[in-house]
Design a protein around this ligand. Structure first.
Ligand code: E4P
Length: 212
């Protein structure tokens, strides 16, 4: 399973750029960073070869397509994030015909994911954390999407998004999701285990005692 970093922080991306497979941003994350959107994207895209998702703000198909074409010019690894609406699906169809990669965002059900795939989306992003927040079961939605895509051989890749904790990543991998996009804190936690730290300390102490 590929791991993307869900952040617009250049500092966070730089720290893990050689290990992660891609980046997803959204308007809230970009707004936190300030400055010019295009310059920030350019800087992020130069840090890694993997896909970097950048979201459009327009709500109409025409505006989405116009923004998407502009964003796609920033770098070769840009992926255009389009919200899951009817206007958005028309934009995805058009962009897919132009060879521009898309990531359909704000997906909360398998029927929404089905539409994204039918319109030619490159990626689909079910928001598991926000589903769980409302007492739903985000991972169940991911499981359904994977089954639906498998039934019809859709090649749209599933990015498990709105990840809140390590368990979401474990379950994504067990279900066979293509990608999990994780906040920096979770990305760091994926490497950690107290027994690893304790083990290293003990090995070094034993080495010192015997040979030091
Ligand atoms: C995904 O691409 C989104 O940027 C993100 O995962 C949303 O997560 P949130 O629900 O924590 O805001």
């Amino acid at each position: 399973m590929r791991i993307f970093l869900d952040t617009a922080s250049v500092q966070e991306i730089r720290e893990l750029a050689d290990l992660i497979d891609g980046v997803t941003t959204n308007p809230s994350l970009v707004a936190k960073e300030g400055g010019s959107f295009q310059e920030l994207l350019g800087e992020i895209c130069a840090l890694l070869p993997g896909p970097v998702s950048a979201e459009v703000l327009s709500l109409e198909t025409e505006g989405m397509v116009r923004e998407a074409r502009e964003l796609a010019r920033v770098a070769d690894n840009i992926v255009i994030k389009i919200p899951m609406t009817i206007a958005g699906m028309r934009a995805v169809k058009q962009l897919s015909a132009e060879g521009i990669d898309t990531n359909v965002t704000l997906v909360f059900s398998s029927t929404q994911a089905l539409w994204a795939a039918k319109c030619g989306a490159t990626y689909v992003s079910p928001f598991v954390g926000r589903i769980d927040d409302r007492a739903g079961n985000g991972m169940e939605v991911v499981d359904d999407i994977l089954e639906v895509y498998g039934n019809y051989g859709y090649t749209t890749e599933v990015i498990v998004a709105s990840v809140r904790h390590v368990r979401h990543v474990v379950e994504s991998a067990l279900l066979g999701a293509d990608i999990a996009t994780v906040p920096y804190k979770v990305a760091r936690q994926l490497f950690d285990h107290p027994l690893t730290d304790e083990g290293i300390e003990r090995f070094l102490k034993d080495w010192e005692k015997a040979r030091g």
